[in-house]
Design a binder for this molecule. Structure first.
Ligand code: FCB
Length: 452
């Protein structure tokens, strides 16, 4: 175990959420349709054809939820802005009521001592933009910058940390490559174009946010998944290297080195990202922080038929309800490696957490020791990374509330607060109480034993 005093005094303890997963109020106050509204309305795309139309009803219940954040002792909360609330048609007309909502939300957070860390894009593209080509079209990147500018102009006087995008890998490859997520396209060419335009829009938005809100810290959140070879064989090492390129280097290299990895360009050929002159320099705009979402790792072996590397399952390992292997040391390895290879600005873990099948007991309690253990082990890995010299700035548990887990609908519970969907009642789980005590203990200088 790491020394609990490893965390610097200004380390940010947080929790993360995203607009479409919690807000609900899909048709209120002039919000436009997003690709997730359309995807959920398409039969067979989401488990039980569920949707985020109501979700946790955070749109109406945010004062109570912010009270829960305050009682938890959070320094910060990660939330996302819903683009279709601000620009119902994606570009052009601004919907003032949408901006007013986030204005009230941020004021309430600050009044309760919780810093907002907004993300501008957590996957809810206005449907009108999808109809014009979506992220596969360069014009969507242009529309994103106009949106970023309007939001930063309105909220930038109270927001210190902005993230442009959440997990461009997922938005591009699950949205446009496999079709498991909205908008549900299945084309590698579209996914490569989408990934490039997401990154390009990030670079442009960094400049726009800094221009209208000069005191801002600006970053991006990437989902990173360390890839380990199943054996020491040359073929398995190459398989792991390819998977690492696909998930990690494809995004880290352009952001920190202004280039796409050569081995992956070769792998994808003849498909290629639609790079124009100057794009890569734009994407590599210097950042104030890097957001990393970490959930699991992958172990790979070479495909004897020569196709995609094969994922190997460790029968000894434990898995979450998402069937993701619990592998905290992967976070340590990843952080050290990102530091060594990319010399990044301070890193926030912007998401980390686990789904388990939680139940409310007869006396209304929700006891979730597995989630607590998951969080503890990952926080410990971060402490070890700090001891190894990695510049870490904060940790956000995914998620504050049980919520709409995309194609899984409401079946996967990640919250440290249980949401009883029929009544929308909130029940803090035992992991919430543990995290509250842990944060309080950190403020005490890390002495004592964090509620154990
Ligand atoms: C991440 C997403 C987040 C949530 C978690 C479980 O990929 O950013 O919205 O779905 O996974």
């Amino acid at each position: 175990m790491t020394d609990k005093t490893a965390f610097p005094a200004d380390f940010v303890w947080g929790a993360a959420t995203a607009a479409y997963q919690i807000e609900g109020a899909a048709d209120e106050d002039g919000r436009g349709e997003s690709i997730w509204d359309r995807f959920c309305a398409t039969p067979g795309k989401v488990r039980n054809d569920e949707s985020g139309a109501v979700a946790c009803d955070f749109y109406h219940r945010f004062p109570d939820d912010i009270r829960l954040m305050h009682e938890l002792g959070l320094d910060a909360v990660r939330l996302s802005i819903a683009w279709p609330r601000i620009f119902p048609e994606g570009r052009g007309r601004v919907n003032q009521s949408g901006l007013d909502f986030y204005d009230r939300l941020i004021d309430e957070l600050l009044a309760q001592g919780v810093q907002p860390f907004p993300t501008l894009y957590h996957w809810d593209l206005p449907q009108t933009l999808e109809d014009e080509g979506g992220w596969a079209a360069r014009s969507t990147a242009e529309a994103f910058v106009a949106y970023a500018e309007v939001v930063a102009e309105r909220l930038g006087d109270r927001v210190s940390h902005w993230a442009t995008h959440n997990e461009p890998w997922v938005a591009a490859w699950l949205g446009y490559g496999s079709g498991e997520h909205a908008p549900g396209r299945a084309s590698a060419d579209d996914a490569l174009a989408a990934a490039h335009h997401l990154l390009l829009s990030h670079g442009w938005a960094v400049e726009a946010i800094r221009r209208v809100a000069p005191d801002s810290n600006v970053g991006i959140t990437l989902v990173l998944k360390p890839a380990y070879p199943a054996s020491e064989s040359e073929a398995d090492r190459l398989a792991a290297r390819t998977a690492d390129g696909f998930f990690n280097r494809w995004f880290l290299d352009p952001v920190f080195r202004a280039s796409y990895p050569a081995d992956l360009l070769e792998y994808f050929a003849p498909s290629a990202p639609p790079v124009e002159e100057g794009d890569l320099e734009t994407i590599a705009a210097p950042l104030d922080f890097l957001g990393v979402n970490y959930y699991s790792r992958e172990v790979l072996r070479a495909n004897p038929e020569g196709g995609l590397p094969l994922v190997v399952r460790d029968p000894e390992a434990s898995y979450t309800a998402m069937d993701w292997e619990i592998y905290p040391n992967g976070l340590f390895d990843l952080l050290v490696r990102v530091r060594d290879d990319y010399d990044p600005p301070p890193i926030y873990i912007t998401e980390n957490g686990a789904a388990f099948s939680d139940h409310s007991t007869h006396d209304g309690e929700v006891i979730d020791p597995e989630r607590q253990a998951y969080i503890e082990a990952h926080v410990d890995a971060i402490g070890r990374a700090i001891e190894a010299g990695v510049g870490m700035a904060g940790y956000f548990v995914w998620s504050l509330l049980d919520n709409f887990e995309w194609a899984h609908g409401y079946s996967k519970r990640f919250g440290i607060v249980y949401v009883d969907y029929p009544t929308l009642a909130r029940v803090p789980k035992s992991s919430y109480r543990w995290y509250r005590d842990f944060i309080a203990n950190q403020r005490n200088g890390g002495r004592g034993s964090a509620g154990r």
